[in-house]
Design a protein around this ligand. Sequence first.
Ligand SMILES: Cc1cc2nc3c(=O)[nH]c(=O)nc-3n(C[C@H](O)[C@H](O)[C@H](O)COP(=O)(O)OP(=O)(O)OC[C@H]3O[C@@H](n4cnc5c(N)ncnc54)[C@H](O)[C@@H]3O)c2cc1C
Ligand code: SF4
Ligand code: SF4
Length: 397
Amino acid sequence: MKKIRISARKILSPEEVYDAGLCSECGVCGLYGDASGFEDVDFGLKPINSTNLVLPRFNNYCPGVRVDAPRTKLDKSSLGPYLEAYACFASDEELRYGGASGGVLTALLIHSMQSSENPVLSAQDMGMTAVQKLSYSMEEVTRTQGSQYRPTPFMSNSNISDLLNTSAAVLRPCQVSAISNVEVQTPLLISFYCAGVPSRSTFEGLIKHMGINDLDQIHSVRFRGRGWPGKFQVENRNQVLAKLTYEESWGYLGKGVLERCNICPDAIGDKADIVGADPWSIIDGRPSFEESPGVTAIFLRTEKGKKAFDNAVKAGKIIVMNPLNIESFISVQKHQFRRRGTSIARNLAHILITGYGLRIKGYSKQLLTVSPWEILRDFLRSLRKFRNNSRIKSSEI
Ligand SMILES: Cc1cc2nc3c(=O)[nH]c(=O)nc-3n(C[C@H](O)[C@H](O)[C@H](O)COP(=O)(O)OP(=O)(O)OC[C@H]3O[C@@H](n4cnc5c(N)ncnc54)[C@H](O)[C@@H]3O)c2cc1C
Ligand code: SF4
Ligand code: SF4
């Protein structure tokens, strides 16, 4: 019988992170030159080890190796650290309508770009792919609105200085965590509550499930937005090919998020300056996905974030409705907080099944935010899930 290992094996390279099921496809190792590129594989984008790999640095930032909670007195447990939180929307009606929720993240990017004249970084739909790219004008930034529920690699040949020379960047929480682990001076880091990124194969599966088999014709994929939440919509150059409601599409995509997302302790951007999320209303005790005018829940986590937000409000780019109703927000984001509370138990399940897991620091008190029953249930479910996951090679189980 094989011995069960309780401590995680050491990770030695980006490829090894990927093979261990711990890669969030964040792309940061590419920016630092520790990966020489990304290979298209069945599940997604696998980093290729670079001859320039600097292992101590890589182990310091890679979110497939370590995740540290920020050290701050502001920590508000489940919600992470924040100074203030608001319900708000972009004053520009088109931005509000086009945004994933209230268009506030894009309004912040535009204001930041116009105030500094530096570019901003955000994710652009390219049809069957999406890319994180620099924008230099309001029109370009506006085209990057909405949520990309898929990995968004950085534009080709980009490096860390491209990101650091922006005035603001929208990044997934794991990307923010990676960058802020090594960089002292960063642009305004904007992030969002993140339920996980569906793998490329899940995304393609959904498109085929909708009856579209010729993937080459696809010109645009909108996951939500143009309304709140808006529709999942696939288009060729001339017409809409298929549409699903937000609930239908996420019902499919949410079942196939990356393995790393299943153990994520920080999916709410603890280290970002500003974080956006959905303050859904509650009907019959459940979040309602009825179409409504968009509203973004904004958490200002740092003084830098607060200053940027206040300036955008003063400049008339963002309209604040009211301080966020925290009680109601917690009840619509229950799933997110349970994942966060049980992430240490899920990580343990990953180690038991694969031998590999994250080095998680500063998140143990999250265990107190969930019941022992929830911890046990998520631990057992994770054991089953990781055992069944085909990406894990049987020799490693
Ligand atoms: C993968 C994913 C999971 C999410 N899960 C949740 C959740 O569980 N709960 C919740 O409340 N909210 C979640 N959101 C956030 C939510 O969809 C909105 O982004 C948020 O409400 C802000 O809306 P907005 O209208 O202000 O943003 P917009 O004005 O539409 O701007 C969104 C910005 O995010 C950028 N962006 C989109 N996708 C990505 C990506 N994959 N990587 C990096 N940048 C990207 C866009 O380019 C744009 O700059 C998720 C978003 C994503 C991308
Ligand atoms: S998690 Fe990010 S930094 Fe780590 S190997 Fe994957 S792409 Fe590279
Ligand atoms: S759930 Fe965590 S690991 Fe997955 S994309 Fe979101 S922040 Fe990254």
